[in-house]
Design a protein around this ligand. Structure first.
Ligand code: GDP
Ligand code: IMO
Ligand code: MG
Length: 456
């Protein structure tokens, strides 16, 4: 790839300038399809991305770090991806880690090597890493743990983070002391000086933090050399992908709308924008190059970590969803909290993301229930509210209005098309579709790639 502007670039730009040309949706180049979590994470984004990635040329992560855990099951083999885009499985596509992602280098290589042993060969040759991505250092992860302990001690509760250093690394980025991949690959003397300063800054905030700076720098130097062949100017790489020959570009969201730093259940959120804007800022994609935006939602709701969860079921039904759904965090191994599908949050996610369609996963988990409830509205002091409350104390107090559906009590795991589903399951799906006002394009009935009913 060349880092200089080509004649084609200059021609495009001067033509646009000469004609005072306003770009329309039809002449902006290739479009990126975006897959986003519409709940509190773990909706099955990995599976949806895998499905679309079989035809993609470029699969990108735009935000988050290895707090994400995306499962893909192909030919009976289960893969879990944390930093690598799930499209890395497709040997014909390129995977890109964008500038909005925070990268823990030991985590990245551990993940790659683990998957290499599972048979995922040549991943390093298919991976591109943006030079603008920020680095998560080991001490960021230690600080994540210290902050959680402090929250517990001072406020009586923590966030329940994944302790992958995500909050501290994005804090360093926002306070403009963070270090990026381009810094690591540049003058190592300068990088070392800035790394020492960053450690010092954290040690003055957290006196118990111990860092073997020399050992860290030695390791980082080694990682730098392993990483170097994969690093590109991410903005220019994306520009070429958008404006070169026709290409299928896929963006894999991590975390989810209700964990978004701006729109989520703050402060019980992650530290990046997991909604559609994150695809633009985390990859340098202009808004006009965003094509379809697919929201992923389970047929019920789960949440890992602390925070309000209006439809949570702390009873036998919640336990059944947890055990049947194998609801255990991919990254932390924690049990996921479970409850009924909350359409208020999915509609809220749609307000922000403007979904083109929804993938409804894990319908099969509901197969044994006599009755299924769906949260359709929130009430405060007996009155329906039209918005999703920003304040967590308010959210804790809402009363959920439910619709109740009869269970279909039939095994749906072998269903491969709409007509294979029992009428009561079809009714449940159509209700969800109508209530959100977005078509459901896929229905998941099992873990593997083929267990996805495509509706249109
Ligand atoms: P992600 O973080 O959104 O990619 O989701 P996770 O991988 O963390 O969690 C989703 C879990 O549900 C994984 O174990 C998937 O294999 C599994 N899964 C996804 N879709 C379905 C489905 O339709 N049915 C069943 N039974 N499991 C599914
Ligand atoms: P995927 O991509 C579920 C949650 C954590 C915690 C909060 C903050 O697999 O859907 P962090 O470590 O990011 O500072 O933790 O956010 N969380 C997730 N929960 N799935 C995820 O990602 C998550 N990423 C973060 O449990 O409550
Ligand atoms: Mg997950």
């Amino acid at each position: 790839m060349s880092l200089t502007w080509s004649a084609k670039d200059h021609k495009n730009m001067s033509q646009a300038a000469a004609t005072g040309h306003k770009r329309s949706r039809n002449d902006t180049g290739n479009k990126a399809t975006v897959v986003l979590g519409a709940q509190w994470g773990d909706e099955g984004k990995g599976k949806v991305v895998d499905l679309l990635a079989t035809e993609a040329d470029l699969v990108c992560r735009c935000q988050g770090g290895n707090n994400a855990g995306h499962t893909v099951v192909v030919d009976g083999k289960e893969y879990d991806f944390h930093l690598l885009p799930s499209g890395i499985i497709n040997t014909k596509s390129i995977s890109l880690i964008g500038n909005g992602v925070v990268i823990h280098l030991p985590g990245l290589f551990e993940e790659g090597d683990k998957n290499d042993k599972k048979g995922l060969k040549g991943w390093e040759k298919r991976l591109i890493v943006s030079d603008r991505a920020h680095i998560v250092f080991d001490f960021h992860q230690v600080v994540d743990g210290i902050q959680e302990t402090e929250r517990q001690a001072t406020e009586g509760k923590n966030i329940g983070t994944t302790k992958k250093g995500i909050g501290p690394a994005y804090s360093s980025k926002a306070s403009r002391t963070g270090l990026r991949v381009c810094d690591l690959l540049g003058d190592f003397k300068d990088f070392s000086m800035r790394f020492r300063n960053l450690v010092h800054q954290h040690q003055s905030m957290y006196p118990s933090l111990e860092v073997d700076v020399e050992d860290q720098l030695k390791q980082l130097k080694e990682y730098a050399e392993r990483l170097r062949p994969m690093v590109r100017d991410g903005v220019y790489y994306m520009y070429e992908a958008l404006h070169g020959s026709p290409k299928k570009i896929l963006v894999e969201g991590a975390n989810a709308a209700l964990l978004d730093i701006d729109f989520g259940t703050y402060p019980f959120v992650t530290s990046s924008n997991c909604t559609v804007g994150g695809a633009c800022t985390g990859l340098g994609i202009p808004p006009l190059n965003i094509g379809d935006v697919y929201g992923v939602s389970k047929a019920y709701t789960t949440r890992v970590g602390i925070g309000a969860f209006p439809t949570e079921q702390l009873n036998a039904e919640g336990e059944l969803l947890q055990t049947r759904g194998h609801e255990v965090g991919v990254t932390t191994g924690r049990k996921r909290r479970c409850g009924w599908l909350d359409l208020v949050i999915v509609r809220y996610a749609h307000m922000i993301n403007g979904f083109s369609a929804i993938a409804l996963t894990k319908l099969d988990i509901l197969d044994v229930l006599d009755e299924i409830k769906v949260g359709v509205a929130y009430k405060l002091n007996g009155k329906r509210i039209p918005h999703f409350p920003a304040n967590m104390d308010v959210l804790q107090k809402v009363e959920v209005e439910y619709e109740t559906f009869p269970g279909w009590k039939t095994d749906t795991s072998a269903a491969r098309k709409w007509n294979d589903l029992p009428a009561k399951a079809q009714n449940y799906i159509r209700f969800i579709e109508n209530h959100i006002g977005v078509p459901i394009k896929w229905v998941g009935v099992g873990k593997s790639r083929e267990c996805m009913i495509q509706m249109f």
